[in-house]
Design a protein around this ligand. Structure first.
Ligand code: GLU
Length: 307
């Protein structure tokens, strides 16, 4: 790869970002997430050339939340192919992740699979197809990560379900347009569990290497997505991965990526590397404050961005 001492650059940026004020706020709307220490800050960088650099709290598991939406999209895309685009779009929404506003004029077709509404339609497809949706999805994630240590957090799922009025409204609203086949209760249960998956930075980077590696395979060599489908998933991450801050992330970092309200961000340079940053305090758009700062500095200093 690029003749750059990535290890040193990563360590220097880590020190620099750590020395500055940690702005933003933890996502408290899910009560269980409010219990996380705001000072956690972890990094895991993996490259196609087997470089592996880990810094800070990279071993601590956290709630991957919306990052899981890339995995559910990948599985649904593999099962249903291009038929999924009849029920969900591929345009950035420009609205917050949990917004109801466009669904009315769009007749219940969510703008993309990474906002909550779009992820619910994808969950509905999986609930219709999988025999045991929760078990089967977890088995798929474990296979992609090549680890049987990945679990749902029942506590986080229950915590979100107990306050998930907006998500319940979204799911019921889409159902009213006929774009949810199953009972909203069942779809929401699957959705809350999916979002509750816990991983550490290393597990997340290992999982997402399937969007980096030659031929889009797991470390065991199993094909996760065809090259053309992987291209499209990366493209949606590039345009829609950061809620209504997707343009800003693309502008500052220049990589496909996905964030979650647990404070994780995964970013990918197809054919080169995958990096996970975790820091729980979120900016106003719901993306990790330090994660954004870290990645902007990293691709600026190394010039390892796709543009
Ligand atoms: N489970 C979260 C929610 O539905 C996911 C949001 C996110 O990470 O963007 O609110």
């Amino acid at each position: 790869m690029h003749k750059i001492n990535c290890k040193k650059v990563l360590e220097d940026i880590y020190k620099d970002v750590s020395s500055k004020e940690n702005k933003g706020a933890i996502a408290t709307y899910i009560p269980e997430l409010a219990k996380i220490s705001p000072d956690n800050f972890g990094i895991c960088f993996l490259s196609i050339d087997n470089e592996e650099y880990k810094i800070g709290d990279w071993q601590t598991k956290f709630s991957i939340q919306s990052i899981s939406k890339v995995l559910s999209l990948g599985l649904a895309y593999k099962i249903f192919g291009d038929k999924i685009w009849e029920r969900v779009g591929v345009e950035p929404s420009g609205t917050p992740f949990n917004s109801l506003i466009q669904l009315e004029s769009d007749n219940g077709i969510p703008r993309n699979p990474f906002i909550n509404s779009g992820a619910m339609v994808i969950c509905d497809m999986l609930v219709s197809h999988l025999e045991n949706p929760k078990e089967d999805f977890l088995a798929y994630v474990r296979e992609v990560c090549d680890s049987d240590q990945i679990q749902y957090s029942e506590t986080v799922a229950a915590s979100e379900a107990s306050v998930g009025y907006r998500n319940k409204a979204l799911c019921n609203f889409i159902k009213s347009f006929g774009n949810i086949e199953n009972e909203p209760k069942e779809v929401l249960d699957f959705y809350f569990y999916m979002c509750s998956i816990e991983m550490n930075c290393e597990e997340l980077s290992k999982t997402f290497m399937f969007l980096v590696k030659d031929n889009f395979k797991t470390t065991k060599g199993n094909k996760v997505l065809s090259n053309s489908k992987a291209k499209r998933v990366n493209a949606i991450m590039q345009t829609c991965g950061f809620y209504d801050e997707s343009g800003e992330f693309s502008f500052k970092v220049g990589l496909p990526g996905k964030s979650g309200v647990g404070g994780g961000i995964v970013a990918i340079y197809p054919d080169k590397y995958c990096i996970t940053v975790w820091s729980p305090k979120l900016n106003k758009k719901g993306n990790s404050y330090r994660g954004m700062k870290f990645l902007e500095a990293f691709t600026t200093e190394t010039e390892l961005s796709i543009f």
